[in-house]
Design a protein around this ligand. Structure first.
Ligand code: 13P
Ligand code: SF4
Length: 354
C-alpha cells in the first residue's frame, strides 16, 4: 500500500533532525513503508553485525522483532539505546521456549546422564534468556545463514546438540547439510514430562530438537510445492529453512532471506521462481525484478505476512523518531547485565565462527 505522504514527510524530517545520532535497521520482512527509512536492511545475521558496527549512533531504531532488538542491545555499548517502535512486535517462535522450560529440559538431560555431552545451539530467534542459557552451557547462537557452521562447531565441542527453539531449522540443517538421518533427531516437547522422550531415546539421539516452529513458514506444505510446479512449468522453488522438512526436501534451493535475495539477483532473465518465505519480502522482490523479466511468485495461494513483523508500521516509526528527535527516549529494549553477559558470550561465539 502506498505510504501516507504526510507521515513520510514527518519521518524524513525527524530522521534529518537526528542525523548521525540515529541508525535505523530494517529486517527484510518489514513493510515497504518502513523499509524505505532503513539505513541498512538485512537478515538477522547481517543486522546483528551492522548494529555492532555503529558505535557513534546514540539510538538504534530496530525495525524488526523483539529478539532482534535484544540482540542489538547485547552487541552494542551500554550508552547506545535500542528502540523497538512497537513493543508488541514479538515472535511466536521465540515465545515457544521460556527460561523455565529450558532449565527443566537441562534437568532432564542431566538426569539422563547426558548433559555433559550436550552443546546447546540456539537460533537467533529466541529471547535473551535463552541466549544466556546457551552461553552459560558452552553453546553458540546461529542464524539461518550460518546454522551449518554452528553445528559443525558444536559437534567439535560435544557429541550431542540441543537445538532451540526451531525444530525445522535444526532438522533441515542436520539432515540436509550435515548428512545426518531423521533417526539421529528426537523432538523434545516442553509440555510433556521428560520432553515426551524415554531416557534411551535421549541417549541415542545426536540432535535433540526443541518443539518450536515459525507459524508463517509452517503454512507452506508439500502441496504448495506440487501445486506451483504444476501451475508454472520450469519454476525454481526457493524456500527458507524454517519451512517443514518435506517442503525443504521438495524445494530446489534453501536459504536465509539474504540468500534468497542474492539468488534472485543472480538469476537469469526469463527464469521463474516460487519463494517460500514472508510475503512483504516476496512482493518487494517480485516488483523489483519484474523489469528484468524474472517471474517471482509466492509459494502458497493464500497470503501470509508475519503479523508481528507487520506491527512496525509507518505511524509507529514516525512516533518513535519524532519522540527521539524531541529528546524523549521511548520503547527502549534493555537486557539486564547478567543475562547480557552470558548471552553476549553465545553471540560472540557465533560471530567468531569460521
Ligand atoms: P533470516 O532473516 O535470518 O533469514 O530469518 C528469518 C526470520 O524468520 C526472522 O524472523
Ligand atoms: Fe518469528 Fe516467524 Fe515472524 Fe520470523 S517470520 S518473526 S520466526 S513468527
Amino acid at each position: 500500500s502506498p505510504s501516507d505522504p504526510d507521515l513520510v514527510a514527518r519521518a524524513r524530517a525527524a530522521k534529518e533532525k537526528l542525523g548521525d545520532k540515529v541508525f535505523v535497521l530494517g529486517h527484510h520482512y518489514q513493510r515497504d513503508e518502513v523499509i524505505q527509512f532503513a539505513d541498512v536492511t538485512g537478515d538477522s545475521f547481517k543486522l546483528a553485525k551492522d548494529a555492532a558496527a555503529r558505535p557513534e549512533a546514540e539510538y538504534i531504531v530496530f525495525c524488526g522483532v523483539h529478539f532482534m532488538a535484544e540482540s542489538a542491545d547485547i552487541l552494542t555499548s551500554d550508552d547506545q539505546k535500542v528502540v523497538l517502535p512497537d513493543l508488541a512486535a514479538g515472535c511466536s517462535m521465540a515465545d515457544m521456549a521460556t527460561a523455565e522450560q529450558v532449565a527443566e529440559c537441562w534437568d532432564v538431560l542431566t538426569e539422563a546422564g547426558i548433559a555433559e555431552q550436550v552443546v546447546p545451539v540456539s537460533y537467533m530467534n529466541s529471547s535473551a534468556d535463552i541466549k544466556a542459557f546457551t552461553g552459560k552451557h558452552g553453546g553458540t547462537i546461529c542464524t539461518s545463514s550460518n546454522a551449518e557452521r554452528a553445528l559443525d562447531w558444536a559437534f567439535e565441542q560435544g557429541e550431542k546438540v540441543l537445538f532451540l527453539p526451531d525444530q525445522h531449522l535444526g532438522r533441515n540443517t542436520a539432515v540436509r547439510e550435515m548428512g545426518m538421518s531423521l533417526e539421529d533427531c528426537v523432538l523434545y516437547n516442553p509440555h510433556k514430562p521428560n520432553g515426551g522422550l524415554t531416557t534411551e531415546e535421549l541417549r541415542a539421539a545426536k540432535m535433540i530438537l526443541w518443539r518450536g516452529h515459525c507459524s508463517v513458514h509452517g503454512r507452506f506444505s508439500l502441496d504448495s510445492v506440487n501445486d506451483v510446479r504444476e501451475r508454472i512449468p520450469g519454476v525454481n522453488v526457493l524456500v527458507h529453512p524454517e519451512c517443514r522438512h518435506e517442503v525443504v526436501t521438495a524445494a530446489d534451493h534453501v536459504g536465509s532471506t539474504e540468500y534468497i535475495i542474492k539468488a534472485l539477483e543472480a538469476a537469469p532473465a526469463g527464469s521463474k521462481w516460487a519463494i517460500g518465505t514472508e510475503l512483504n519480502l516476496v512482493r518487494r522482490l517480485a516488483n523489483r525484478f519484474a523489469s528484468e523479466d524474472k517471474e517471482i511468485v509466492f509459494l502458497d495461494k493464500t497470503v501470509c505476512f508475519c503479523s508481528t513483523m507487520n506491527r512496525i508500521d509507518l505511524p509507529h516509526l514516525v512516533w518513535a523518531l519524532e519522540s527521539l528527535a524531541e529528546g524523549t527516549l521511548v520503547n527502549r529494549i534493555e537486557v539486564d547485565k547478567e543475562t547480557e553477559a552470558f548471552a553476549k558470550l553465545a553471540l560472540e561465539r557465533m560471530l567468531a565462527l569460521p
